[in-house]
Design a protein around this ligand. Structure first.
Ligand code: ADE
Ligand code: ZN
Length: 363
């Protein structure tokens, strides 16, 4: 099973680039930028990663991001993630970044996005990993601040595929960002939002109805509302699940109690992601392995999760079909005799793209 998971072609759709900052790179950037860290060793940093809830994590995560100052820092951060992604056979990734975490500290939007974008282009050209970039608004800040951030982003909108919503969920409902999402959509950006991680199922309804999101990030609390589950399954709204994150942030007590398998069984379009791998103890393959073990997922269920990951991307129908063919060929080498290789492409491929974007795959 380990080999099967490690080499499985997959897409990652819920990954905060600031959450990939490993303590080693944090120390290197702190030295390069002459920033004093509140830790004296890498071990001390890792020991600090004990979280009681989302907010206790966010406090440490935003503090860590302060070492990111120059365009090259954002490049190095993103490039390190892409190199890791290649070893995990991530074929396509749709990454989040939080511009306000940096612009609030006086770093320009241009510095942040240029470093990330340069690495993503190199990721396509040198590692054959395609990507899309999603700009998240910090929901604990004001709607005005989000609108201002969208204005700053508009000159770079051809580098962006979607807007997202993250940070402290409780008390910051999606409806707070209705206007900024409407404006982002007018400019051709797609929409996703974190909802139902710590917040209630009602926030998932709000994200669907008021923000018109095409995917829900986390969404694990949808199970508290059977009508919502039926709606999500009927519309095949993808839910980007992050198993290790949910355990580390105490959303569920143990992996054995994680609802991923139940969600698959309910016909929901769920897949596995790493969220903030440097903080939660593993990248996507470690998430697959932990979920497989805790929930006794079968090879067929693992295959379905990987297939959902491609179905749920913002790629075109042809691009999705290409990746799913690659996945099917891989799966068949594991489960079927060699004379059945090369089965037909799944014709039931959905297209979420809908827009003429400039994804890295075309650059
Ligand atoms: N920012 C980074 N990781 C996050 C998470 N899991 N939930 C909300 N905001 C985040
Ligand atoms: Zn997240």
């Amino acid at each position: 099973m380990n080999n099967f998971i490690n080499q499985l072609p997959k897409a990652e759709l819920h990954l905060h680039i600031e959450g990939t900052l490993e303590p080693e790179l944090m120390f290197a950037l702190a030295a390069r930028n002459q920033i004093k860290l509140p830790y004296s060793s890498i071990e001390e940093v890792r020991n600090a990663y004990q979280f009681q809830n989302l907010q206790s994590f966010l406090d440490i995560y935003y503090a860590g991001a302060k070492v990111l100052i120059h365009e090259q820092d954002f490049y190095d951060l993103t490039w390190a993630y892409l190199q890791k992604a290649q070893t995990q056979n991530i074929r396509h990734t749709e990454i989040f970044f939080d511009p306000q975490t940096h612009t609030q500290r006086g770093i320009t939007f241009k510095v942040v996005i240029s470093g990330i974008r340069r690495a993503l282009v190199d990721g396509q050209n040198k590692l054959n990993i395609s990507s899309h970039l999603i700009m998240c608004f910090l929901r604990d800040l004001t709607a005005e601040n989000a609108l201002q951030t969208l204005e700053e982003a508009l000159p770079y909108k051809h580098w962006l595929t979607a807007v997202g919503l993250d940070s402290g969920e409780a008390g910051n409902p999606p409806s707070k960002f209705r206007e900024v999402y409407a404006k982002a959509r007018e400019h051709g950006l797609l929409a996703v939002a974190h909802a139902g991680e710590e917040g209630p199922a009602d926030y998932i309804w709000e994200a669907l109805d008021q923000l018109q999101v095409l995917r829900i990030d986390h969404g694990v609390r949808c199970l508290e509302d059977p009508t919502l589950v039926i709606e999500l399954a009927k519309r095949q709204i993808p839910l980007t699940i992050c198993p290790l994150s949910n355990i580390k942030l105490c959303v569920f007590k143990s992996m054995e109690l994680h609802p991923l398998k139940k969600m698959l069984e309910a016909g929901l379009c769920v897949m596995v992601n790493s969220d903030d791998p440097a903080y939660f103890g593993g990248h996507i393959n470690e998430n697959f392995l932990a979920a497989q073990k805790g929930l006794e997922l079968t090879q067929q269920e693992i295959y379905q999760l990987a297939k959902n990951s491609f179905q749920a991307t913002f790629l075109s129908m042809q691009q999705k079909a290409k990746f799913i063919t690659e996945l099917d060929e891989y799966y068949q080498t594991f489960i079927l005799p060699a004379d059945l290789y090369g089965n037909a492409v799944d014709t039931n491929v959905q297209d979420h793209a809908g827009l003429q974007k400039i994804p890295i795959i075309h650059s």
